[in-house]
Design a protein around this ligand. Structure first.
Ligand SMILES: *Cc1c(COP(=O)(O)O)cnc(C)c1O
Length: 471
């Protein structure tokens, strides 16, 4: 591409981007396509000769766009959101233009120092202990794996890093029965064996019962196991249940085991002082992760990982070969040593743009609006006969289902599954589901950047209409 053409195409794309953001709700939230529909439209071999940008962009619009799920659609109520926002998009444009690889201080001092500052900003705004330090990772999965590896190495004085497993280790990791699958994955990758993940029973609110954690640790100690780490959830993925962070921290402190707090989605709510009581007592924990790429209007990917004593993380990951050593290593943070990857994107830039553009006040206002819309939807569900909410609405996620006395539990599960599938097939909204105590429930997460009351009431109308048809 010629340099002068870049300018014209970039202007054209920016216009397209602005139009898309204005018109995004006119797209179906999910595409109506079959497997391989897109694959079969793409040639089976790469072009030998370069093609014009016009053709590439035309195919983007004609082939790719119809095969996209529109995560920024305000009626995207599924999973958890992966929100973007205008300031975040603009920062991504600058990031890709600079094309910097920010592995160490020297390879982009501003990237490292901005990362230090925005992590401190978020730590303080969320009420996390001011002695903790943060680092940006790609995803919560990676941060949690890093926490588990650090727990393993701290407990063994870095012996497994040095010598590998000797085959006699019997480590245990604890989490609630509702923990995210990324914990299972982390334990597998860390070589601990997923059968050594002990799932602690939960109470009627789906939160870990701390007395059961204590019992499990005692039992394991007696049986010759070595408790290594507990992962608590501040907002489980199923129902946004909150484990008792303070009590779990005390137990982990008492037994000298690592306590990692997974606040991937709901951690953003701690920007609101009224939610900070959830982490009371976290000062005794060891690490905490949350995803600005979910509910904090920052393009995927962007995860912030805080640690009480980051030197354990650095000791676990740093290995500085000669060609990466610099004269300033003692004075600066080289974030390559704070995680798995060597090469790093300049993700702090988009956080900086987002936080400055909204201001903490603007972020809080948006979150409060989402929470208020969720309370509104909750009140509609509660006032409707034959609907029930199966978990506390701790944030902006509502787990509900149709229930009646004519159907068995199995039939109810099928009914609710069909109901959700019909509503989603409209292409106008997108819900996802979970199972709570074996019961199929629809999860309604009201947290897309631009969601308004009209989107929530439209979704409610669709839900009620499809249920009427089914009954
Ligand atoms: C989404 C989520 C994760 C995984 O996040 P990634 O950034 O996609 O790895 C982990 N834990 C919880 C509680 C989540 O909601």
């Amino acid at each position: 591409m010629k340099k002068e053409d870049f300018r014209a195409y970039a202007h054209e794309l920016v216009d397209w981007m602005a139009d898309y953001l204005e018109e995004k709700e006119n797209y179906p939230v999910t595409p109506n396509i079959q497997p391989k529909d897109i694959f079969n439209q793409i040639p089976s071999s790469a072009p030998e000769k370069g093609e014009s940008f016009e053709n590439i962009f035309r195919d983007f619009k004609e082939i790719i766009l119809p095969g996209m799920t529109h995560w920024q659609h305000p009626s995207f109520f599924a999973y958890f959101p992966a929100n973007n926002s205008e300031p975040s998009i603009l920062a991504e444009m600058l990031m890709s233009t600079l094309g910097a690889q920010c592995m160490s201080w020297l390879t982009s001092p501003a990237a490292t120092e901005l990362e230090e500052r925005v992590c401190d900003w978020l730590r303080d705004a969320k009420g996390i202990d001011s002695n903790w330090k943060g680092v940006i990772h790609d995803t919560a999965s990676t941060a949690t794996l890093s926490a588990i590896l650090t727990a393993r190495e701290k407990a063994t004085q870095y012996n497994i890093n040095e010598n590998g497993f000797n085959g006699n280790e019997k480590f245990r990791v604890y989490s609630s029965a509702h923990v995210h699958s990324s914990i299972d994955k982390g334990i597998k990758i860390a070589g601990l064996g997923v059968n050594n993940l002990v799932r602690i029973p939960v109470d009627e609110n789906f939160a870990m019962i701390p007395e059961e954690l204590e019992k499990a640790i005692q039992r394991d100690l007696k049986d010759g196991f070595r408790p290594l780490c507990v992962v608590s959830a501040l907002g489980t993925t199923s129902s946004t249940a909150v484990d008792p962070i303070g009590k779990i921290s005390q137990i982990s402190q008492k037994h000298g085991i690592w306590h990692h707090i997974d606040a991937a989605f709901a951690g953003t709510a701690l920007l609101l002082p009224e939610f900070q009581h959830h982490i009371k007592g976290h000062e005794l924990a060891d690490s905490y992760v949350f995803n600005p790429h979910k509910w904090m209007f920052t393009n995927f990917d962007c995860t912030v990982f805080f640690l009480r004593e980051p030197q354990y993380l650095v000791n676990t990951f740093s290995l500085t070969p000669e060609y990466l050593k610099t004269q300033l290593d003692a004075e600066v943070n080289n974030y390559r040593d704070w995680g798995i990857q060597l090469g790093r994107r300049f993700r702090a830039l988009k956080l900086w743009f987002v936080i400055r553009s909204y201001g903490l006040e603007g972020l809080r206002e948006k979150l409060r609006k989402h929470l208020q819309l969720a309370r509104l939807a909750q009140s509609w569900i509660e006032s409707e006969s034959n609907l029930e909410i199966l978990a506390p609405v701790n944030f902006n996620t509502i787990c509900f289902r149709h229930v009646d006395s004519q159907h068995s539990e199995e039939e109810l599960n099928r009914f609710n599954e069909t109901w959700m599938a019909r509503v989603n097939a409209s292409g106008k909204v997108f819900f996802s589901h979970t199972k709570l105590d074996g019961k199929y429930v629809i999860r309604w997460v009201i947290g897309q950047t631009d969601v308004e009351e009209k989107h929530v009431s439209h979704a409610w109308g669709l839900l009620m209409e499809e249920r009427r048809k089914l009954l």
